[in-house]
Design a protein around this ligand. Structure first.
Ligand SMILES: [Zn+2]
Length: 261
């Protein structure tokens, strides 16, 4: 009995880890499992949604995404990132474990310059770096398990497939918004703003982006999925700009001045 308890405690403490801002979290899937699921889900999404044929838009988003992902120092993070602009009119974006970034053409309605786009991409990439979908998958897919989730992903269209894709972070794509938790959203806001600042983007455009987003009606984009009130969140972001601003200035004096368009 004591031995059993010891084994249980070891397993539990392995699964319990800390998020980048120090929250205690429960994660049961390995990095490799999460990456594999992200890669499979992205392949599925590419089959379902056409990529934008606007070569300039693809190059623009790739430029912003590369400037940001170049700054990643998180151990175990994906080394390369695939970036696709999808022809979809909703103002949305997502990033998946395994190094995948998707941006909808509709996002250009609210992300009006490279710094605002960098705010969104920084936020989405931060969700991946902080392993948020692992937390969510650990609570939501614990009953089905990773093998079932994988086979749902590669099988024909089904509620299980949509759910797995949504759990990983591309919910709007399959019409099933599974919001990240409020604490995960704040964490992605903070980490994302620091990340875009490290790439030399202007963090002051962060709050502006959120204001554009908040004015948008219709179904909420991922980054607005769990906001308590957009005012509170914009306020928190404005506070964070004070920290991010010197980071961006340092990056710029080191020659990091992205010109993506
Ligand atoms: Zn988010």
């Amino acid at each position: 009995m004591a031995r059993l308890l010891a084994v249980f405690l070891v397993v539990f403490s392995l699964a319990c880890s800390s998020s980048p801002t120090g929250r205690r979290t429960l994660k049961v899937f390995s990095n490799a499992q999460m990456s594999q699921m992200g890669v499979t889900a992205f392949d599925e999404l590419k089959k379902q949604t056409p990529a934008s044929r606007d070569a300039r838009a693809q190059a623009y988003v790739r430029c912003v995404a590369q400037a940001i992902t170049r700054e990643i120092t998180t151990p175990g993070a994906p080394r390369s990132w695939e970036v696709v602009v999808f022809a979809d009119d909703s103002a949305n974006a997502f990033a998946l474990p395994g190094g995948k970034i998707g941006v909808h053409t509709g996002l250009f309605k609210v992300a009006k310059n490279q710094d605002q786009l960098a705010t969104v991409i920084g936020h989405e990439v931060a969700h991946v770096l902080a392993d948020h979908s692992n937390e969510r998958a650990s609570t939501q897919m614990a009953t089905s398990g990773v093998l079932e989730a994988m086979s749902a992903l590669t099988g024909p269209a089904s509620p299980a497939k949509s759910r797995t894709i949504a759990v990983l972070g591309a919910g709007a794509q399959v019409g099933l918004i599974l919001p990240f938790s409020r604490s995960q959203e704040s964490e992605a806001d903070v980490l994302g703003l620091d990340l875009m600042a490290r790439a030399g983007f202007d963090p002051r455009e962060g709050p502006a982006l959120w204001e554009n987003m908040a004015k948008l009606g219709g179904s909420p984009p991922e980054i607005l999925s769990t906001h308590p009130s957009s005012g509170t969140r914009i306020q928190a972001l404005r506070e964070r700009v004070k920290t991010a601003q010197p980071i961006a200035e340092k990056a710029r004096s080191a020659g990091k001045r992205p010109r993506c368009g």
